[in-house]
Design a protein around this ligand. Structure first.
Ligand SMILES: [Zn+2]
Length: 541
């Protein structure tokens, strides 16, 4: 990308009337805000700051406070940029992030009435073979394509669903809109209908003895073709502890969410979770997942199951009330967990959400009191990161690895939860800067969500977007963002020694910086649903 960036970086999808408006400003001020009539509303004088470590930019956050709805002009030196303030600015982007998962659906036609021009016929409907015994074939249909590829992985699917279910449980008003998907109007909110599409697939990934296959993939990644043209055989890969425990936790959580909507479905999920738990109890020796020889698709080779077991014990305690699960969760917690991690590798934070927001006092002193203390201490450190960053980003300069959007959004989740637990607005304000980051307030002047913003991702590493002959990418997908850790040689060749927060290419090949993934959409759904719920609550007052 060429250096035609604006010196004013902002949330390109707009700002909320009920929340502070912040922009990042490069260089020195004054920065002038004027209203639709050209009248000056505010002037902020800004001294030239020290360079920001992650981006190298001389940049700082300018706080414009809360502004009434309207269109404003921001003027800095010779440049002017328009900002929009609305009551509910993030309805479209939050809904699109949820609908983004509909576009990842496997095994069904994406019909024009739901998918618009991004249609395709059903894909991956042939029976899958057991990798360990290819004579045995099973029909496993549905689920979401995981990322830019067409693989389907149990662990990443489980955390994606969990982010969505917790978004709905905690911030229902921010994510209950109809989304124009095939199930719309069936009496169940569409965010749950969409989550169910993955849950029904997950149930099929369980082996008869209760364990879960780690993934359903090809031996090799498909070329950049449409999914319906991908006819290489699919395999049910071996089972793993991490997949089994993550599925167990997710299904136990989902059983509670769907209890009133569909008791039979809820019972099926709780039954599957209990079978998975039985298998885990009977097989205490860790079964890791490593790609068998000849398999080159995504591995998600998690080597630590303590966090998945913790999450599962919390959810099973919430689902059944049996003290043995609480005791198990307490024992795992006492071994030490990162309670603010919500990604596919470390899911401890999902167990923490269960304890702090579902079980609450019922979780007992250890899993409520002690866990809350640890959680808030971690959130203090996260908030401090935003203070250090010129863009207010909750990531250390050395933290820009593959999918850096995940720790940023994960930290936003923690800050939101901390603001609810403490009532302190500073946490919410810090969280909002992460949402702003995703939507354009960053070192790249880029909105990371396809289809949104003046300058948004155009060429994600996403097979349908690359193969469908439609110029623009499939909408509502989020790019992984800058990555300076495990970088492709081709990316390095183009970026050289660029700063970490700018180590990004909007090019299709660059899976290392510009792939999309379901479990990057989902924490953005959680954060978007929260901020929408705040806007809507404010509106009622
Ligand atoms: Zn498919």
């Amino acid at each position: 990308m060429e250096q035609s960036f604006s010196a004013i970086r902002m949330n390109q999808t707009g700002y909320a009337e009920s929340l502070p408006v912040r922009v990042a400003v490069l260089g020195e001020g004054p920065l002038t805000l004027s209203d639709g009539d050209g009248k000056t509303v505010k002037t902020v004088s800004l001294q030239l700051p020290e360079p920001d470590e992650a981006s190298g930019d001389r940049v700082q956050i300018a706080d414009l406070g809360r502004l009434p709805a309207g269109t404003y002009q921001l003027t800095l030196r010779e440049e002017t940029r328009q900002i929009r303030v609305e009551k509910d600015p993030w309805k479209a982007v939050t809904n699109a992030l949820i609908k983004g998962l509909y576009f990842q659906r496997c095994g069904c036609d994406l019909e024009e009435k739901y998918a618009g021009k991004f249609v395709h016929p059903a894909c991956h409907t042939a029976p899958a073979a057991l990798w360990e015994n290819p004579e045995v074939k099973r029909t496993v249909i549905g689920g979401w394509h995981d990322a830019g590829d067409y693989g389907k992985y149990v662990g990443p699917g489980a955390v994606t669903v969990a982010h969505m279910l917790y978004a709905w449980l905690l911030f229902e008003s921010g994510c209950e809109d109809p989304l124009n998907i095939p199930e719309s109007g069936n009496g169940i909110p569409d965010i749950l209908n969409e989550a169910r599409y993955e849950l029904e697939w997950m149930l099929q990934m369980q082996r008869e003895d209760g364990a879960f296959h780690h993934k359903l993939t090809k031996a090799r990644f498909a070329p950049f073709i449409m999914p319906q043209d991908d006819h290489e055989p699919e395999y049910l890969m071996p089972v793993s502890h991490c997949a089994t425990a993550a599925a167990c936790a997710c299904l136990a959580l989902a059983a509670g969410v769907f209890k009133d909507f569909d008791p039979d479905f809820s019972d099926r999920m709780l039954g599957a979770a209990l079978e998975a738990d039985k298998w885990l109890e009977a097989h205490p020796e860790f079964v890791p997942y490593t790609n068998p020889e000849g398999v080159h698709t995504g591995m998600y080779g998690d080597r630590e199951v303590k966090d998945e077991l913790f999450w599962a014990a919390c959810e099973l305690y919430a689902a059944t009330g049996e003290a043995a699960y609480r005791e198990k969760a307490e024992a795992l917690f006492s071994e030490g967990l990162n309670v603010t991690a919500y990604g596919w590798a470390d899911v401890s934070g999902l167990g923490a959400i269960c304890c702090l927001f579902v079980l609450k006092e019922k979780a007992g002193e250890t899993l409520y009191g002690a866990l809350k203390k640890q959680f808030l201490e971690a959130c203090g450190s996260i908030a401090a990161l935003t203070e250090k960053s010129g863009y207010g980003t909750a990531l250390p300069a050395g933290g820009y690895g593959w999918g850096s959007i995940l720790p940023i959004l994960g930290n936003a989740m923690s800050l939101i939860l901390a603001s609810i637990l403490t009532g302190e607005a500073s946490y919410e304000n810090a969280a909002l800067l992460q949402w702003d980051y995703v939507l354009g307030l960053n070192a790249l002047d880029l909105c990371f969500v396809t289809g949104f913003g003046e300058r948004s991702v155009q060429n994600p590493h996403h097979r349908p977007s690359g193969a469908d002959d439609i110029p623009e990418p499939v909408p509502g997908l989020i790019s992984g963002g800058p990555n300076k850790h495990h970088t492709y040689p081709m990316t390095k060749e183009k970026l050289g020694d660029a700063p970490a927060a700018k180590y990004y290419l909007d090019e299709t090949f660059s899976a290392d910086t510009n792939e999309i993934a379901i479990y990057w959409n989902s924490p953005a759904i959680f954060v978007g649903a929260y901020f929408r719920s705040r806007c809507l609550a404010e509106r009622k007052n």
